[in-house]
Design a protein around this ligand. Structure first.
Ligand code: DON
Length: 307
């Protein structure tokens, strides 16, 4: 018997196999030596069907796709008001690692840029949590969402820590304004640990489906996040998830999404599906070239555009 969705995913990958534009991230060896032509895609429905094609077992570091989930964890742990006090809700219009804050409040513009992700990471668990507790909280949530036990890639973690000057600068800037209160080094280490969690496209699709379903796990049926939290996370992903390409993305693809510098891309279409794509070559915005194209085509072929 033929299965229309897996067949569709296979043909989608085949049709984009020849795309060779873009470069893999160069700033740490584990990313610079990634196999550039790896390519995988997965689709999970909110009703618990999971389909995938291509390199669907390949693990890669989640990187910035961790940001919506640490935001979700902080919102769950501390409540929306406490988080909103420390992290804004507007697109920054600047690079993801820009050293800038809102003028009056000194909050980072949103949780999808590095400044916002550091502020968010500090908020995990509670006011007196330590570095390891926050990391454990994040890895536990990600494992719960993925439905399997996830781990941190130590090699990527160490390499990022060796070149963390910009994130440290952001950490010190945030601390000087009282947005974080722990040592900048500890918050940066926690943030880098969260970026170093290894995932597959199947994990990303299921995680996306957890957001899309309003917080109910599509496979276990368990509530894993409050629905108000998933609404806020997907709202901020819509306006800021694809960095300075967010406006174009919303118009052309119309699926709340988040990209990572390892080449991962996660989409979450409310009430419908989660999408995971992996292909390491990046465009000038830092988004996976093939990942963007896969989502654009899926949006068109399956009529997924949110509008
Ligand atoms: O903070 C960093 O530089 C990385 N660990 C994560 C950045 C990232 O994924 C940016 N996204 N495209």
């Amino acid at each position: 018997m033929r299965h229309p969705v897996p067949d569709y995913l296979h043909s989608l990958l085949e049709s984009l196999e020849s795309v060779r534009e873009g470069e893999v991230a160069q700033y740490i060896p584990t990313l610079a030596t990634a196999e550039p032509d790896r390519f995988g895609v997965a689709l999970a429905t909110v009703t618990g069907r999971l389909h995938s094609a291509g390199d669907d077992q390949t693990e890669f570091t989640i990187q910035s796709i961790s940001k919506p989930f640490s935001y979700a964890a902080a919102l769950s742990d501390r409540g929306v008001d406490a988080v909103d006090e420390m992290v804004g809700l507007n697109p920054s219009g600047e690079a993801f690692n820009e050293l800038s804050l809102e003028e009056d409040s000194h909050r980072p513009d949103n949780a999808m840029i590095n400044a916002g992700a550091l502020a968010t990471h500090q908020l995990l668990v509670g006011p007196y949590a330590g570095r390891q507790e926050r990391i454990d909280r994040f890895v536990d949530l990600m494992s719960l969402l993925a439905g399997r036990s996830l781990r941190i890639d130590r090699e990527s973690y160490e390499a990022e820590m060796d070149t963390a000057d910009r994130n440290l600068a952001l950490g010190h800037m945030l601390r000087s304004h009282g947005i974080i209160h722990d040592r900048a080094e500890d918050v940066v280490a926690g943030y880098i640990a969260q970026c170093s969690v290894l995932v597959t496209v199947r994990d990303l699709a299921v995680m996306g489906a957890c957001l899309a379903s309003g917080g109910v796990h599509p496979i276990s049926g368990e509530r894993v996040l409050p629905s108000l939290v998933t609404r806020q996370v997907m709202s901020v992903m819509s306006s800021s998830g694809m960095y300075d390409a967010a406006g174009e993305w919303l118009a052309n693809v119309g699926i709340p999404a988040k990209s990572g510098v390892a080449g991962g891309l996660l989409g979450a279409l409310p009430g419908q599906v989660g999408i995971g794509v992996f292909s390491p070559r990046l465009d000038e915005h830092g988004n996976s070239v093939r990942g963007v194209e896969v989502c654009r085509r899926m949006s068109e072929d399956l009529r997924l555009h949110i509008m």
